[in-house]
Design a protein around this ligand. Structure first.
Ligand SMILES: Nc1nc2c(ncn2[C@@H]2O[C@H](COP(=O)(O)OP(=O)(O)OP(=O)(O)O)[C@@H](O)[C@H]2O)c(=O)[nH]1
Ligand SMILES: [Zn+2]
Length: 371
C-alpha cells in the first residue's frame, strides 16, 4: 500500500494486538483502539456505507468519510475497514474511515484495453459469477473470456451462470468451455404449471424462475462473497432479487441498506437470504466489461488452460498472437487437441492478446470491451 506523505500512515496501524499481545507501535502514530470493523457495501460520492457488527444484535449501517491520509487509496465495495468517531450509525452521523484492512483479493479492470490505469472494482471477493443469457441479449464469448481472465488474475474462482435457457439451448455456447474446469449453472423460467421463484427485475416485469437453478446458485453462494457481472438485460437483477430478497424493481426498502432502489452505477453488496453469515452478493451495475491492459499476457494465457499446453513447442519469446510465426498453438488446435471449440477459443485468446498492444487492433479491442 502506498505510504502517505505524512510521517505516518493510518493504514499501517494495527488495531488488534499481535499474537504476543504486545501493543502496536503507537509512539508517533495515533492509535485507533476504539476502531470497529465495517464491511463496505457501497460507495457514493465520497461517502462510504459500511455494515458493522454483522449478524449480531447490534448490526447497523454506518456512513463514513475517508480520513485525509487515505485519500489516494481507493475504497471499494467488499473492503473491510476500520472506523472511528461516531460509529453509532444514528441519523446524520458520520464516522471516519481510517484504515483499509488487508485484502484477500482485489478484482480490477482498466476502462478499456488501452487504458493503463487500473481501477479497483471489488475487494475480498471469493467468486466471480459471470452472468450471460443464452439469447436476448446474445451471449458474447469475448465478454466471458475477459471476465475469466480478470477472475483468474485476481485469484477469484469464476462461476458461469447462463440465464434464459427457456429461450435457447445454451449447448453451443457451452461447447466453448467444455475443456475448462468451470462450474456452470443454467437458469430458465419455470413452466406456467410448475412452481417457480417469483423474481421481479429492474423493469418491474416478473420472471418466474425455475427453482432448481436458483437453489443451485444459492448453494454456490453460501459462505462466500460473490461478485456478479453481466450485460444489461441478461437477468442479473432478477437473480439478485431472488437470492437476496431485495426488491429493486418497486423501489421497496432494502433490508441491508435501509434505502430504496439503488439507482447509482456503483457496486452494491447485499446479503444472501437464508445463507450462513458472510454470504454476500456484490452486484456491479456499472461493470459491463473488463479492460485487461493491466494483465500480463502470461496471465491471459492461463485463463485458456485448454490451449496453454500447446505453447510448449513455441519458440522462446513467442507471443502466441496473430503475428507469431511457428506458434505451437496453431498445430495444437489444428490437430484437434483443444476439441471442436479449439479454433474459436484460439481466436478469442488472440483477440485478448492482441488488444492494447497494437494500434490496428485497438478499435476492435475497444469494441469487444464495450460489449
Ligand atoms: N425468458 C426469460 N426471461 C428472463 C429470465 N430472467 C430474466 N428474464 C427477463 O429478462 C428481462 C431483463 O431482466 P433483468 O433482471 O432486469 O436484467 P438485468 O441483467 O438486471 O438488466 P439491467 O437491469 O439492465 O442491468 C426482464 O424482463 C426479465 O423478466 C429467464 O430466465 N428467461
Ligand atoms: Zn506461441
Amino acid at each position: 500500500m502506498a505510504r502517505s506523505t505524512g510521517s505516518w500512515d493510518e493504514s499501517d496501524v494495527r488495531i488488534r494486538p499481535n499474537k504476543k499481545g504486545s501493543r502496536p507501535r503507537t509512539k508517533d502514530r495515533p492509535a485507533y483502539d476504539e476502531a470497529v470493523t465495517g464491511r463496505i457495501i457501497t460507495v457514493d460520492r465520497g461517502r462510504y456505507t459500511a455494515v458493522v457488527d454483522e449478524d449480531t444484535p447490534t448490526e447497523r449501517i454506518v456512513t463514513a468519510a475517508r480520513a485525509r491520509e487515505l485519500r489516494r487509496n481507493p475504497v471499494v465495495a467488499g473492503d473491510l475497514v476500520s472506523l472511528v468517531g461516531d460509529v453509532s450509525g444514528g441519523p446524520d452521523t458520520l464516522a471516519r474511515l481510517v484504515r483499509i484492512q488487508d485484502r484477500r483479493t482485489l478484482l480490477r479492470r482498466s476502462a478499456d484495453d488501452t487504458d493503463p490505469v487500473e481501477r479497483a472494482v471489488v475487494a475480498n471477493a471469493d467468486q466471480l459469477v459471470i452472468v450471460v443469457a443464452a439469447a436476448n441479449p446474445e451471449p458474447r464469448t469475448g465478454f466471458i473470456d475477459r471476465a475469466l481472465v480478470a477472475a483468474y488474475d485476481a485469484g477469484i474462482s469464476p462461476l458461469l451462470c447462463i440465464t434464459k435457457a427457456d429461450i435457447k439451448d445454451p449447448a453451443e455456447l457451452l461447447a466453448n468451455y467444455e475443456h475448462l474446469d468451470l462450474d456452470v449453472i443454467i437458469s430458465r423460467t419455470a413452466a406456467d404449471d410448475a412452481s417457480g421463484i417469483d423474481a421481479r427485475s429492474d423493469d418491474g416485469l416478473s420472471a418466474r424462475l425455475q427453482g432448481d437453478a436458483v437453489q443451485q446458485l444459492h448453494r454456490h453462494l453460501e459462505g462466500k462473497v460473490s461478485v456478479l457481472v453481466g450485460h444489461s438485460g441478461v437477468g442479473k437483477s432478477t437473480l439478485v432479487n431472488a437470492l437476496t430478497g431485495s426488491d429493486r424493481a418497486t423501489g421497496g426498502v432494502n433490508a441491508v441498506t435501509g434505502r430504496g432502489r439503488h439507482t447509482s452505477s456503483s457496486a452494491l453488496a447485499l446479503k444472501v437470504l437464508e445463507a450462513p453469515s458472510g454470504s454476500w452478493i456484490i452486484d456491479t451495475p456499472g461493470i459491463r466489461s473488463f479492460g485487461l491492459a493491466h494483465v500480463d499476457p502470461d496471465r491471459i494465457l492461463q485463463a485458456f488452460p485448454d490451449l496453454e499446453p500447446g505453447t510448449e513447442s513455441c519458440e522462446r519469446g513467442c507471443r502466441h498472437d496473430d503475428q507469431a510465426k511457428n506458434c505451437g498453438l496453431d498445430p495444437w488446435v489444428e490437430s484437434g487437441r483443444a476439441g471442436a471449440a479449439g479454433p474459436a477459443r484460439l481466436a478469442s485468446l488472440r483477440r485478448l492478446l492482441g488488444s492494447g498492444t497494437r494500434t490496428e487492433n485497438r478499435a476492435s479491442a475497444k469494441e469487444l470491451g464495450a460489449q
